[in-house]
Design a protein around this ligand. Sequence first.
Ligand code: 5GP
Length: 209
Amino acid sequence: MEQGDIFVISAPSGAGKTTLCRRLLADDKRLCFSISHTTRRPRPGEIDGRDYFFVSRERFEAIEKDGGFLEWAEVHGNLYGTSRSQVFERLKEGADVLLDVDVQGARQIRRTFPDAVFIFILPPSWRELERRLYARGSEDSEWLELRLKNAAVELDAVTEYEFSVVNNELETALEELKAIILARRCRTKRVLERAGLAGSLGVQCGRNV
Ligand code: 5GP
């Protein structure tokens, strides 16, 4: 069975990553979202088991101790982690997996999956990032200040990512994201693996493919 690909998406808060990921997942049925565990409390409208698995710090630490996380990190004072079993099972089923993780998590993923696709979502400007964060207003001012401080740190990591998408206009950013994913799926190796094409065409997969 053909194994799926991993797409890692990171962005500072306010870049519009969550909206972009939701749209992408709605339009692309071959892509499945890796639902992270977090110790932060759900925001209004968020659903346990859909947006995150919301767990206590004790539960999170127990999973981590058991080696259950592929990666994990502390972000804005809360713990976030990607479940190892969830990702490996989906990949084995041939699905492509979308991971929404911070830059610390992306670095850990790269160690396990150097061939994963790393995509960074950029805001059109710092001023616009500030505007979006303040408009969101889902946290108090202290939290917003922390997010702005962390955004500067996250932005510093952009050059570690092979791909960047500027989220100025949502539809354009979405098209660019889809193009990155499509290009990945058109790699010769994957095209030949699909539906046993290499065998039926009598093509040998060499070292480069
Ligand atoms: P939020 O609390 O706003 O949903 O997410 C805060 C940050 O945590 C975002 O940068 C998001 O990408 C990151 N994040 C979400 N899930 C994970 C995860 O499983 N691992 C890591 N390392 N970061 C995550």
